[in-house]
Design a protein around this ligand. Structure first.
Ligand code: SF4
Ligand code: SF4
Length: 272
């Protein structure tokens, strides 16, 4: 049976940044909030960071209460999806009569809609990445009947998608690492390290500051203090420095000396 991706590649017009479409979404529209139910929303590490801070809870609690952990089949990478509420309607936990209760911090996918992002990349072919309009024949969405015209670029800007893309750049680069492209999969230990660093940012902070991590790795004092208080800096450090070292043994971290490296291995700080 044809997959959704195959259908997109075959049927959906590929939009450029200048392509135009008509769409509007506002509280007076009859379908307002109806789309926030029974929907698959994968969360990026930056989405989790924004949402847990909007709710004023730790990432550890956020993951437990609001997400479902999954394995991405394509790369065998751990990901998380937003958990819909129990009940027939399967509503998003954040939808209310007046719309999204975390609107300013809603995830990337919710910002993109009604646009989707697809890639024609296949192994051995770089292909292209493009936006398309997600308009299904049986859709409940009345937004396409509105007269407001957007270019793709205007929509992405209006929804702050570029900011979210920028904050996810290092993570996206990591998921495109040659190691994973060669279809190598992480073992259980590496999978846990990847998951914790990317998604459970408060758990990651705890494991750095409540262990001998800073005795074993060279980290400047000012960077250390930033990591203590700044989630975004910690996520960037985790993804672009720590994970590249821990998973692929790139020279993005400096171990203080060989003896300590052995100690770090014993502690599980270095993943073989
Ligand atoms: S269904 Fe469409 S128009 Fe209605 S609230 Fe959702 S996105 Fe907006
Ligand atoms: S996070 Fe907000 S915008 Fe996204 S599905 Fe939930 S209620 Fe809707």
């Amino acid at each position: 049976m044809e997959s959704f991706r195959e259908k997109i590649l075959r049927e959906y017009p590929r939009l450029s940044l200048e392509s135009k479409f008509k769409f509007g979404c506002h509280p007076k529209i009859p379908c307002f909030g109806k789309c926030c139910a029974n929907v698959n929303i994968f969360l990026t590490p930056y989405d989790v960071l924004r949402m847990k801070n909007a709710l004023g809870i730790t990432s550890t609690d956020f993951l437990e209460k609001y997400t479902i952990p999954l394995m991405l089949e394509e790369h065998q990478l751990p990901v998380v999806a937003l958990k819909m509420q129990e009940g027939e309607e399967k509503k998003c936990p954040f939808v209310s009569d007046v719309g999204c209760t975390i609107y300013d911090d809603r995830p990337w996918s919710c910002r993109m809609y009604p646009l989707g992002l697809a890639t024609s990349k296949i192994p051995g072919d770089e292909g292209e990445e493009f936006c398309f309009v997600v308009e299904e024949v049986d859709s409940i969405c009345q937004g396409f009947k509105e007269d407001t015209e957007w270019t793709v670029e205007e929509w992405l800007k209006n929804q702050e998608v570029h900011t979210f893309n920028r904050k996810s750049e290092s993570y996206m680069q990591l998921t495109l690492h040659p190691y994973l492209k060669e279809n190598k999969q992480f073992d259980e230990r590496k999978t846990q390290v990847f998951f914790k660093t990317c998604y459970d940012i408060d758990g990651f902070r705890k494991s750095l500051f409540e262990s001998s991590f800073f005795d074993r790795f060279e980290v400047k004092d000012e960077v250390k203090e930033e990591l203590r208080v700044n989630d975004e800096a910690l996520l960037e450090f985790g993804v672009s420095k720590w994970l590249r070292f821990a998973l692929f043994r790139e020279d993005t971290m400096i171990v203080k000396d060989d003896e300590l490296e052995r100690g770090a291995q014993a502690l599980g700080w270095i993943v073989e």
